[in-house]
Write a protein of this length. Sequence first.
Length: 273
Amino acid sequence: MARRSRSDNMLEKLHDQHAQDKVNDRMETGSFPKVRKKPRRDLNAHSNRSRLISSILVMLMCALLGFAYMSQINNSKSTYETLDENELVRLLNESNTQISNLEQRKTQLSNQLNSLKSAANEQEQARKIAKQNEETSGLISGRLPARGRGVTVTISRGTEAKVDASIMFNLIEELRNAGAEVMAINSVRVVASTYIQDTDDGLICDGTTIKPPFVVKAIGNPQELSNAVDIAGGVGAQLQVKYGSSVDVQSSDNIIIDEVREATQNKYAKTVE
């Protein structure tokens, strides 16, 4: 019995070995296990994930800001809600007082600004008037040179008689009556106090000897000044007929009178302040 049992075990082992050999014979020689490739990383998926995270963060920040704002409003409301009626009235009165003070201050500043503007305008106007008066005074007194439209009257030596002071004074008066604003005879500036005097050598005008030909320059309306000299029977005709002098009147748009004189000091007259 022992021998038979041993034989059965031997047959079972051979059977198992034979089955194993068949399995080994079916395997392919030189085959290797397959290696799986890793899937490629999707860049679009990574970008979408980043955008999603950014959106979530922005939403969280907005939510936090909104919460903080609402908390501040609630705290403010709660502050006033906790005050009693007397305190609210006091706050209202203080606010009204501050508003009233600010309005008064605004009015004061506006008045000051208007005063400054008015004073500045008055000063500017005063400066303009002073400048105009200075120019007018300078022209009338002969302290400033002048330029403008006018005439030049040239009178030659008389052939029938010597040109005397009276006819020259009449010429100046006729030009002044015709609107002459500034005048000069030869090198002498004519002013309100100008005088003309006869001498053996000619004429004296304000202490300066002048000789023919006499040249009178006058600034004013050229037509009216010319008419004042050339009018029939006027001073021009008298110079030609009585004195035998030639009279030449030339109109110009640019008469220059640069003869000036020193300002006189008044001994008795004073300005009114």
